[in-house]
Design a binder for this molecule. Structure first.
Ligand code: HEC
Ligand code: HEC
Length: 380
């Protein structure tokens, strides 16, 4: 049963593909001074792991296209900047703004916004949305939208519309425009609904809203001790490997790489006071929201603290939300530095948090919505 759960999550996160995703070739570029990077390189280092090098999305997790024409037509610069800066708490989209502990200043976020904008149409004035009736919208939403967009408690494969930050940045006209025009080339088709029905659905989506969380933990000082239980015994992991793709013509030989440790084993090791290092690979703003108890913040784009890692064989477990992409960058970098005992937390922190395993959380932060459970092959 456990194994099935892992498979479902892994499939949701890699958009159905079981093959390991290629990662940026040189993670040490992530150590470069971010302000000095050309905008395209800044994008590749910080955003491409999920939104893809071409910004068309679905490299990892549910990360949508950032340059779909109907998206750029309806998203103002403010929408883009606030989405990048504040993220979508409870999903793998972190807040990147320095103001909340992220790695990017306003100038860098403005550059990224302009770079995305340059790859599609300008934002245009949107038709106003009329007031709809959420009670009439509810059954339409359940029938036509929910399988892809989820509800307050469970997410789908599409953008999570019940996310408080989404509802905070998106106007009714923005939501309406997406329903009327769809997102060409994606599973988001133009709705076959009347104008009044669309207004009702918008009103229903709006009714998911609750105020975004306000509280945050203090930022990491960079002095938090790396090693948990320094006097403890080493943990004994049973590691999982991704299966190699079937060998064949043109298929390079593949050696299975046991690099994933399950959340159950790590939770047990914490309980047994085993010696280890737990690395939170997400932007620090996410660590300030909620992190695994004892985890240090070493974000995938700011790897400086890896220089302090002890070279005595201490096990290091890196995690992120998706659950493999950002932690994978940190583990690859550690292995490149000759650190053999570096592994990825298999199911990631969202599942850890959902199961109620030990975390340090800011006030008001609750467990993320459930992942959709879908039959194989039905991922849109
Ligand atoms: C770890 C994966 C990950 C990384 C890295 C990431 N994103 Fe995202 N991003 C997501 C996901 C997932 C969503 C959608 C949230 C949801 O599922 O509801 C998203 C949503 C967004 C949105 C809102 C899109 C919409 O349709 O409303 C914008 C804009 C965005 N990301 C820009 C960026 C930029 C720019 C970067 C780099 C600075 C970045 N993201 C880095 C995963 C990521
Ligand atoms: C088959 C799956 C599917 C169905 C059904 C569907 N959507 Fe979507 N929707 C998506 C996907 C995928 C995206 C993101 C596309 C992209 O990458 O640009 C999206 C995007 C959106 C967006 C824009 C979100 C953003 O942040 O940019 C809104 C709003 C939306 N859908 C609302 C709805 C509503 C309301 C319905 C029902 C009338 C609906 N969708 C039906 C899959 C679906």
């Amino acid at each position: 049963m456990k194994r099935l759960a892992v498979l479902v999550i892994a499939a949701a996160c890699s958009n159905g593909s079981a093959t390991p995703q290629p990662r940026p070739k040189d993670a040490s570029v992530a150590d470069a001074n971010l302000a000095k990077l050309a905008t395209k390189d800044l994008y590749v280092v910080s955003c491409a792991p999920c939104h893809g090098v071409d910004a068309k999305g679905y490299k990892a997790d549910h990360a949508p296209s950032l340059i779909n024409p109907t998206f750029l037509e309806s998203a103002t610069d403010e929408y883009l900047q606030r989405s990048i800066g504040l993220g979508r708490p409870g999903t793998s989209m972190a807040g990147y703004s320095k103001a909340i502990g992220g790695p990017l200043d306003d100038a860098a976020i403005a550059r990224l916004t302009a770079w995305l904008r340059a790859q599609g149409p300008a934002a245009k004035a949107l038709p106003a949305a009329a007031a709809g009736d959420p009670a009439r919208g509810a059954p339409i939403y359940v029938k036509t939208c929910q399988k892809c967009h989820g509800d307050q408690t469970t997410r789908g494969e599409g953008v999570h519309l019940a996310n408080a930050r989404f509802l905070d940045v998106a106007t009714d006209s923005f939501i309406r425009y997406a329903i009327v025009n769809g997102r060409p080339g994606t599973p988001m088709e133009k709705a076959k609904l009347t104008d009044a029905e669309i207004d009702d659905v918008v009103a229903y989506v709006r009714s998911f809203g609750k105020p975004p969380e306000a509280g945050q933990l203090a930022p990491p000082t960079g002095k938090e001790p790396l090693v948990i239980n320094p006097g403890g015994k080493d943990p004994q992991w049973k590691l999982r490997a991704d299966p190699c793709p079937p060998a064949g013509r043109g298929q390079p030989a593949c050696k299975e790489d046991p690099r994933f440790v399950s959340i159950d084993q790590v939770k047990q090791a914490l309980q047994d006071k085993r010696k280890m290092i737990i690395i939170d690979a997400r932007p620090a703003s996410d660590w300030m929201r909620v992190h695994v108890t004892g985890a240090v913040s070493i974000p995938y784009m700011e790897l400086k603290r890896l220089d302090e890692m002890p070279k005595d064989g201490t096990w290091a477990v890196a995690y992120c939300a998706c659950p493999h992409h950002l932690s994978g960058i940190v583990v690859d970098e550690l292995r490149k530095r000759g650190y053999k005992h570096a592994v990825v937390l298999d199911e990631g922190i969202l599942e850890w948090h959902r199961r109620g395993y030990p975390v340090v959380a800011a006030p008001g932060v609750t467990a993320p919505p459930k992942e959709p459970v879908m039959a194989p092959g039905t991922i849109p």
